[in-house]
Design a protein around this ligand. Structure first.
Ligand code: SF4
Ligand code: SF4
Length: 172
């Protein structure tokens, strides 16, 4: 179901993400002048309001474009879900990401018909994406806005933030 004023067209979001790269860079800089606690409250409110209007099962874009970083606990859950020992999980499904490990296939090998095959054992970073319920948004803004062009929830929250914070989208 489409909700008025909510953009969920993935192609359009990707196109607008490209077109608004400079604008979003300026918005990140603008956020640094804002109060951190008030900004967190705004992001949490918009996330609660807008995320129920986006159907993740008809999107699945994060699982197609982002490789989740894995903690030791995630490896333990994956080894249970896959009936493999942790070293077999590492060898078969992961690759190094700096000093950490991430899932190596894109789109994610566990994504099937836009649903996660290991949902109850999925990595923590998958479960908490797009991380808009967390605090310290301003210090994480770059990372979040990096996913503006792939995640409809982030796209719509950022656009509403621009409006509510009276951000001038025109570079003048
Ligand atoms: S493990 Fe599941 S939730 Fe995480 S990226 Fe893969 S399909 Fe998506
Ligand atoms: S979290 Fe964002 S990118 Fe992932 S499925 Fe939901 S709307 Fe799509």
């Amino acid at each position: 179901m489409n909700h008025p004023g909510i953009e969920t067209d993935l192609e359009r979001i990707e196109t607008l993400g490209q077109l608004r790269k400079d604008e979003n860079y300026r918005f990140r800089k603008y956020l640094k002048s804002q109060n951190g606690r008030k900004t967190d409250a705004l992001v949490h409110r918009l996330y609660e309001e807008l995320s129920p209007k986006v159907d993740c099962t008809s999107c699945g874009n994060c699982c197609k474009h982002l490789s989740p970083c894995l903690s030791k606990e995630d490896l333990h859950h994956l080894s249970n879900a896959l009936s493999l020992n942790p070293s077999e999980v590492v060898e078969k499904y992961t690759e190094p990401l700096g000093s950490d490990l991430s899932l190596k296939h894109l789109p994610c090998i566990f994504l099937c018909n836009n649903k996660c095959n290991i949902y109850n054992n999925r990595p923590e970073t998958c479960a908490s994406f797009p991380h808009l319920h967390k605090d310290d948004f301003i210090s994480r803004a770059r990372q979040v806005i990096d996913s503006y062009s792939i995640c409809p929830i982030i796209f719509n929250v950022i656009e509403r933030m621009k409006t509510e914070l009276h951000f001038n989208v025109h570079d003048d």
